[in-house]
Ligand binder design. Sequence first.
Ligand code: MF3
Ligand code: CO
Length: 283
Amino acid sequence: MRVNRRRPVIELKSDDQLRKMRLAGRLVGQILAAVRDAAAPGVSPIELDRLAAAMIAEGGAVSSFLGYDGGFGLPPYPAVTCISVNDEIVHGIPAERPLVDGDLVSVDFGLSIDGWHGDSAITFGVGELAPERAALSEVTRTAMWAGISAARIGGRVGDISAAVERSIRGSQTKYGIVDEFTGHGIGSAMHQPPDVPNVGRAGRGEQLVKGMCLAVEPMVTLGSPRTAVLDDDWTIVTRDGSVAAHWEHTFALTSRGLWVLTAADGGEAELTARGAKFGPLGD
Ligand code: MF3
Ligand code: CO
């Protein structure tokens, strides 16, 4: 979401509410996996959007994106996915132009079940992907997991931001970190306080407490991090035409640790590999 500074009133979820958010998050992950599997040269983003819309209906869920106006007077968002190809960073409106071999595609997707939202994004290649593009996506994905793994009850939002930034800056290649958009709180609405920036300092920002749910979503480019908006008022592109990647997960701080609500395994593998506490709630 766009950077903004609201007075933070952070919604804390009960265990039962977290279980509901897990249902939404699980479906988000399943639909993203289906979209990724359906993507191929010759398939258009608009067809992928239709697949996601059908699966939302099948799952008894409601799109978080369709009709969304950002609260900023933007035209209502016209699709259930954001599909951002190559130099598009985020908020790409699914296009009719078919995907081609070598495209780097980011799909951002959110829905609610029973009023509880999940939001997640993945990046993947179509056909054969140039190694630098594959590396860009992997750096972005790794930064997202580094950020999530840095969260703990009693810590600060800045711990997440600093971990995302450090993860990206620590690589051999020089990447652009997009700082005009941030992650966000999420729950009974898709976008809630606090903002979760992708750059920052540990120990700063809102305190992390039990029952908080956050979406961490780094956006990284192969060039400059400067952005521009297309005439459709939604699609955010790199100014220099460089290719961008975007990964996002929604996670919860539970009494037991971290629970990545939009990951199929709840985040167990990636959190454990990073020494973070995997803390799902039982039924
Ligand atoms: N997941 C996106 C974000 O957090 C939301 C896309 S805006 C929409 O920025 F209009 F497409 F919904
Ligand atoms: Co988001």
